[in-house]
Every structure is written in structure tokens, then in C-alpha cells.
Design a protein around this ligand. Structure first.
Ligand code: FAD
Length: 379
């Protein structure tokens, strides 16, 4: 059996962010690290967007930054300046290539293309079984969702952020490349929370994503029809589809971290690093990985890493309300954006607000619905 100090299972966003941090910190130079993934990715299989203040760690691979976002709905629409925040876009192919190149330059890191079958903590080690080998790690960081436990429980609602995206190129200048449409709820809601993202990279090119926060997925052609309709409603009929992407991100406060142990830490979506109320994961993972590398320098018990905060409870109430009445998302987000400074909302979603700021934001929402949800949870 081959032994490693650290084994990272899954070479997607969180696994590669973690190895990137380990590479850039000399504290970990002597660690023998194994990376396992069923495939080595170099294609653009997803586009990550996130906001952060000013410049950031991923700027060298950021495709596009926006200082303005647009929020649209029947009752409230506004183009909003968000500086010092910027909304940023990264193509996953650039991210994979950047980190995989760094991995190649580090002889202490081994990569294998194998399918993970199981993880088992035995005494002070973790046994990692793949379809081809068995490895032993002192610490294992797993970003692969290994089972459907979160779907099969009933304690917490599970919604999905599901979407299909088209990169389109138009003949005419039709997009405003200075503004990212953060949420446009003017699409027909059909009893759900449905909106469009529009992320223009030039006057002629944009990524449009038809997105739902709802329980059940749609047949693929329905998302595509909605993108076509949206473009047609804007008078855009002449365009080529350059690329397509699709995704389904779980939105739940289910405690993914309850299966963390002394030597196994679940990371990324598999570790509950997805923000339950929005589905955003990229920037949170980036922050968590920084905390994790600091943690590894002083502490040994990985089950102590993840801590539940009051934001977990806000997310719980929000999802309880949205699960019960899936059609009111447009109304809730409109109120949020109408009554609060957009920067405060971004700060709140980043879980960086003070308690006083949170009171202001949460009480701007329809009180009765949230008090009822609170009542149901408490009693
Ligand atoms: C199309 C798309 C767009 C998204 N856009 C955004 C966005 O704009 N902003 C944002 O914040 N979040 C976004 N997300 C959500 C989230 O950021 C991504 O899903 C992100 O990739 C999650 O990182 P992760 O490390 O948890 O999982 P992944 O990046 O999915 O990595 C998991 C890895 O495990 C590997 N794997 C899976 N099963 C096995 C197995 N049995 N054996 C071996 N390897 C295995 C996979 O090949 C993969 O490389 C998006 C998601 C998708 C799908």
C-alpha cells in the first residue's frame, strides 16, 4: 500500500484550490501528497462567477470584471454600482490549467486518474480505495459527494440551483459589457423562483444562464426555450451559440460536515461549502481553503475545522420559506435589493456582516413568513 501525508480526492475547484495553497506555502514542502480524480480536466466545463472587494487571488485568470450589476424584476429594477466589490468571471479551463501546471512542477505531488470507491478511517490513518488501488493517507480531503444522504433526509429542505447556460455571439452590438445582470426575474415564474443571469464579455458576446432555485429539474429543452425567448424579447434573433454549460448545485443546510472525522475532511460542495441560500461555492471555497491551511499548521483533529455560525440559521429560514412557497423568490429578492444597499447584501451573503447589519437586512423581508418559519423550527 502506498502511503501519503495528504490525499485529496477530486481535482475540481476545492481540491485544486487546496493543493494550490499547499504548493504556495513552504510549510508543506515536505508533505507527500496524492491527488485522485476520475479524469484530468482541461476543458471549460463551467464558468465561475463571484464577487470580492478590489483585487484578489484569482485575478490573473479572471476573464472579466464588472463594477456594476443589474437587478431586474416586475416591481423593481436597477443598475447598481457595487465598488469596492467587483463581480468576476473565471473560465474553469484557465483555472484547471493554471494549477495543473504548478502540480507538474512539484515532485512531492502524485496525480492518479482513478475512480474513488471508498474512504475508511482505520486507527490513525485513512484507507482510500479506488477502482484500481488502495492508498493510505494520514489526512484525507474529499471533494466527491459519496452518497445521497442529503437528498434522503427530511429534516432540512433541499432545493437546487439548476441552470443551462449559453455563450452567444451576436451580429450586432447588443450587450452592455460594463454591467453583469445578477438576477433578472422578469422571466415567467411558473410557481418557481426563476431568473436569468446575463454576463457580457463584450458588446457582442455574453453568457446567459436560465436559472431556477427549485426542487425539481426541468427537461433540458425547457431551459433552452427560455433562453431563446429571453433573447427574442430583447430583440436579439441573430446569434451563434459558441458554448453551452449546465449545472445543478444543491441548496441545503444539511450538515455535510457531520461525517468529518479526525483524519477526513469533506471539502467543496461535498463538505457543505456551498452557500445554501444562493448556490455560490467558488469564493467560499477559496476562503475556506485559506483557513484550512492555517488550521493544518497548528491543529490535528479535522472534525474541529467546520464551525456552525448564525448564518446557517438565516439560510435555514430562507430555504424553509422558499421551499414552502417556491414562487416568492422574485418578491423576496426584489425587497432585499430595494430596501438595502447592494454592497450590504453582498457582504451579508459573504457572511461578513455584523449582527446589527443582519437585523436591518433580515427585518426588511416580509416578517410574517419568516416568523412562521421560525415558529415551525423552534416548536
Ligand atoms: C456549470 C456550473 C457552473 C457553476 N457556476 C458557479 C459560479 O458561477 N459561482 C459559484 O460560486 N459556484 C458555481 N458553481 C458551483 C461550484 O462552484 C462548482 O460546482 C464547483 O466546481 C464545486 O467545487 P467542488 O470541488 O466541490 O466540486 P467539483 O469542482 O465538481 O470537483 C469534484 C471532482 O471530483 C471528481 N469526481 C467525482 N466523482 C469521482 C469519483 N468517484 N472518483 C474520482 N473523482 C471523482 C470530478 O471529476 C471533479 O473533478 C457552478 C457549478 C456548475 C456545475
Amino acid at each position: 500500500m502506498q502511503k501519503y501525508n495528504y490525499i485529496i480526492t477530486g481535482m475540481g475547484a476545492s481540491g485544486l484550490m487546496l493543493v494550490n495553497r499547499l504548493i504556495s506555502d513552504s510549510f508543506f514542502d515536505q508533505k507527500k501528497i496524492l491527488l485522485i480524480d476520475k479524469e484530468i480536466k482541461n476543458q471549460n466545463d463551467r464558468t465561475w462567477c463571484f464577487w470580492e472587494k478590489d483585487n484578489g487571488e484569482w485575478d490573473q485568470i479572471v476573464t472579466r470584471k464588472w463594477d456594476h450589476i443589474y437587478f431586474g424584476s416586475e416591481g423593481y429594477s436597477k443598475k447598481i454600482e457595487i465598488t469596492p466589490y467587483r463581480y468576476k468571471m473565471i473560465r474553469s479551463s484557465d483555472f484547471y490549467n493554471l494549477i495543473i501546471q504548478k502540480i507538474k512542477e512539484n515532485p512531492n505531488i502524485t496525480v492518479v486518474t482513478e475512480r474513488l470507491n471508498s474512504l475508511k478511517e482505520i486507527d490513525n490513518f485513512v484507507e482510500v480505495k479506488t477502482d484500481q488501488n488502495t492508498y493510505v493517507g494520514e489526512k484525507v480531503f474529499n471533494s466527491i459527494v459519496l452518497n445521497d444522504a442529503y437528498k434522503n433526509q427530511t429534516q432540512f429542505p433541499v432545493l437546487n440551483q439548476h441552470f443551462v447556460g449559453w455563450f452567444v455571439k451576436t451580429k450586432q452590438d447588443v450587450f452592455d459589457p460594463k454591467t453583469a445582470t445578477f438576477m433578472d426575474f422578469t422571466v415567467t415564474q411558473k410557481g418557481n423562483t426563476r431568473f436569468m443571469y446575463v454576463l457580457p464579455t463584450s458588446k457582442k458576446e455574453a453568457l446567459l444562464e436560465y436559472t431556477l432555485f427549485s426542487e425539481k429539474l426541468l427537461p433540458e429543452h425547457e431551459y433552452e426555450e427560455e433562453i431563446k425567448n429571453y433573447l427574442a424579447n430583447k430583440g436579439i434573433t441573430e446569434y451563434d451559440i459558441i458554448e453551452k454549460e449546465k449545472g445543478c448545485i444543491p441548496m441545503t443546510v444539511y450538515s455535510f460536515d457531520k461525517s468529518n472525522s479526525k483524519n477526513i475532511l469533506h471539502i467543496g460542495t461535498a463538505g457543505g461549502w456551498t452557500k445554501p441560500s444562493t448556490g455560490y461555492t467558488f469564493y467560499i471555497s477559496s476562503k475556506k481553503v485559506k483557513q484550512l491551511t492555517r488550521f493544518l499548521k497548528t491543529k490535528n483533529d479535522l472534525s474541529q475545522f467546520q464551525k456552525r455560525t448564525r448564518f446557517w440559521f438565516y439560510d435555514l429560514l430562507f430555504l424553509d420559506v422558499l421551499y414552502k412557497e417556491n414562487g416568492i423568490g422574485s418578491q423576496l429578492f426584489s425587497i432585499l435589493f430595494k430596501k438595502n444597499d447592494a454592497r450590504k447584501i453582498l457582504k451579508f451573503l459573504d457572511e461578513e456582516t455584523s449582527f446589527v447589519e443582519e437585523i436591518k437586512i433580515t427585518t426588511s423581508l416580509p416578517k410574517q413568513r419568516f416568523l412562521k418559519a421560525l415558529w415551525r423550527r423552534v416548536f
